[in-house]
Design a protein around this ligand. Structure first.
Ligand code: HPA
Length: 237
């Protein structure tokens, strides 16, 4: 039994959704899983549930915020037998023409945090999603008529960045979003041979001048619910 996920091999399904927020884990299980799901972890409030989605096995496990916290959870999910990790959450939107509530599919996640590089044991590395999962998510999203953007994102160690020029430099190199966990998940998955994909809802639109416009709670809930249903379908695909 790992230290932070107080579960045994077999308690998690091979496919695990990975939100940062424990409330979101509970919401996903209650809203999208078939009746009969069970709590598999509550250590440190990092709630995890296992059940089925449209009859197929699935788990959801909270990661907490940032690479150090999520890295512990990803590693222990590997120890417990996970084979496919699908991060679901929110991101800041950096792409031109992006709107609140849009879906971002992260083809790659640049490291603006040293934790994934330290784990990779490389000074430079390109954490990347599993291509088939990117393709499946993009085609399911487009078939649903969702506003979806596929491209590189940044995984940052800072939410409150004191430097107003940072967003501009990320945009300059074509990044379409910023969040705080995907690069860690892609790196742990690569090292252990797992599949991985990060899908996010745009919760704030970020300007080159460092400005931030934030989504309303209601808009956010609608966008996140649509993205999470899609993530369940990708996870069991
Ligand atoms: N920065 C980092 N992570 C985020 C952001 C952001 O602006 N928005 C949502 N997650």
């Amino acid at each position: 039994m790992p230290i932070h996920l107080r579960a045994e091999p077999g308690d998690y399904a091979p496919a695990v959704l990975c939100p940062g927020d424990p409330n979101r884990s509970t919401h996903i299980a209650e809203t999208f899983f078939d009746p009969g799901f069970r709590l598999v972890n509550s250590e440190r409030g990092m709630l995890g549930y296992t059940g089925t989605f449209e009859g197929r096995p699935i788990s959801v496990q909270t990661t907490g915020m940032g690479c150090p916290s999520s890295g512990i959870v990803f590693e222990e999910l590997v120890q417990l037998g996970a084979r496919r990790l699908v991060r679901v959450g929110t991101c800041g939107g950096l792409g031109d023409g992006m709107a609140m509530g849009d879906t971002v599919i992260a083809q790659s996640a640049s490291c603006d945090d040293s934790t994934p590089l330290r784990y990779a044991q490389m000074t430079s590395y390109a954490p990347s999603a599993t291509f088939d999962l990117v393709a499946t998510a993009a085609s399911l999203a487009r078939a649903d008529g969702a506003r979806v953007h596929v491209g590189p994102i940044v995984t940052s160690g800072l939410f409150y960045d004191p430097d107003p020029t940072t967003f501009g430099s990320w945009k300059r190199t074509g990044h379409i979003g910023v969040e705080m966990e995907a690069a860690m998940m892609y790196t742990v998955a690569a090292v252990h041979g797992l599949e991985a994909l990060a899908m996010m809802t745009v919760s704030d639109v970020l300007g080159s001048d460092g400005s931030t416009v934030r989504i309303s709670d209601e808009e956010l809930r609608r966008g996140v619910d649509a993205m999470m249903r899609l993530a369940c379908r990708v996870a069991v695909s």
